[in-house]
Every structure is written in C-alpha cells, then in structure tokens.
Design a protein around this ligand. Structure first.
Ligand code: IMP
Length: 193
C-alpha cells in the first residue's frame, strides 16, 4: 500500500522531481493539497536553516509530519554565491532567466567556472527533526543550453557529462543530482522500520 507524506513546497518542478524519484510506493502531498497557500518565510542564512524553518512551519501550523528542501547553487569564483540566495539573486520578484543572466554576467571572462548544487532536506516526524544533504559538482557554461529542468539547469554541466541538466531527461538528472542524492537518503531513512 502507498504511504503518504507532505512535501512542504508548491514549486511544481520540485514536486514533479520528488514524485518521480520517490516512485509508486509514496503518495506525496504538496502544500496546496493540505490547503496551505501561505508564503513560508525563508529567513535563515543557511540551506539547512531554511529547510528546517519550512518543515517546522508546516508541522506547527498544519499538524503534518513533512519534509522540506532548500537548494543553492554555489559558485567557487564568487565565494559561494548565489548560495542560500539563489532564488532571489537578481532581486525579489525576478525569475530564473534574470538570475542566470546575472550569474553569467558576473562570471564574464572568469576561467574558473567550478560550482556545485547543494540540497538540504529537513524531515520532521513528531518531535524529531533530521536533515539529509546531497551535492553535485560541475561547471557553469558560457551560455544557456537545453529546455528541460528548471532554475539554473540550462547553465550547469555536471562533472563527467557533456550536457547541462536542462539537456538531460528527468531520470538522467535525478540519478546524479543534488536533490536525487538527498532524496535517496530520505527514502532509505523512511524505509527503515
Ligand atoms: P529554493 O530551494 O526553492 O530556495 O531554490 C533556490 C533557487 O535555486 C531557485 O532559483 C531555484 O529555481 C533554483 N533551483 C532549485 N533547485 C534547482 C535545480 O534542481 N536545478 C536548477 N536550479 C534549481
């Protein structure tokens, strides 16, 4: 029988990736599914802090055990920026195209293009909070390529691959991605009796 858990997001891209990664055994409810349409504050200055904030918010206000993720793209030559501020790198209300354009502008002429994605998943069950982290290393391309995925995917090429995440199928990305790796640990924990 399917087991049920809340994923504290209304980001449809993340939801679809997580549903695909977690497979048939899990029924993943989104925030909309539990009638939470609030903007959950992400005021911490670390990925772990924000993931925990989101999970705790849902548990305290809505009463559900749940998990939440926070993801950042950390660029070596920019001292780890945009990092925890990846969603609003080009300013509040800006979209992924603006964030990518600013990042490429800030890396113009820079030869060290090493970067990594990091995802922290916070799981709250009853009183207990656990976190799981996944990371993938790669490089920032000179120009965007590909139309799949979301966010910074068109300008991130994982090490050992010729394509950006946005040029890969969902399954190819999930097999090696930050979110795929963090979720694998979550699944292992949830599956351990
Ligand atoms: P957050 O985890 O929703 O705060 O996401 C931070 C930023 O990173 C947003 O701009 C997302 O679009 C972007 N982002 C999150 N996950 C991914 C991913 O898997 N690929 C590319 N960009 C991502």
């Amino acid at each position: 029988m399917e087991k049920e858990i809340v994923f504290a997001t209304n980001n449809l891209h993340k939801l679809s990736e997580i549903r695909r990664i977690m497979g048939d055994q899990w029924h993943i409810l989104s925030l909309a599914d539990i009638n939470c349409n609030e903007d959950i504050p992400e005021t911490a200055d670390t990925l772990q802090g924000n993931a925990e904030l989101k999970a705790r918010f849902v548990k305290e206000r809505y009463g559900y055990d749940c998990f939440a993720d926070d993801t950042g793209l950390l660029v070596d030559a920019l001292d780890g920026a945009p990092g925890v501020y990846s969603a609003r790198y080009a300013g509040p209300g800006h979209d992924s195209a603006a964030n990518m354009a600013l990042l490429l502008e800030n890396l113009r002429g820079v030869t060290d293009r090493k970067a990594h994605f990091s995802t922290v998943i916070a799981l709250i069950q009853g009183e207990e909070m656990l976190t799981f982290e996944g990371r993938v290393d790669g490089t920032i391309t000179e120009t965007p390529a590909g139309t799949d995925g979301f966010g910074y995917d068109p300008i991130f090429r994982p090490d050992g691959h010729e394509e950006t995440f946005a040029q890969m199928s969902a399954d190819q990305k999930n097999a090696i991605s930050h979110r795929g790796r963090a979720t694998a640990q979550l699944i292992q924990h949830l599956s351990t009796p």
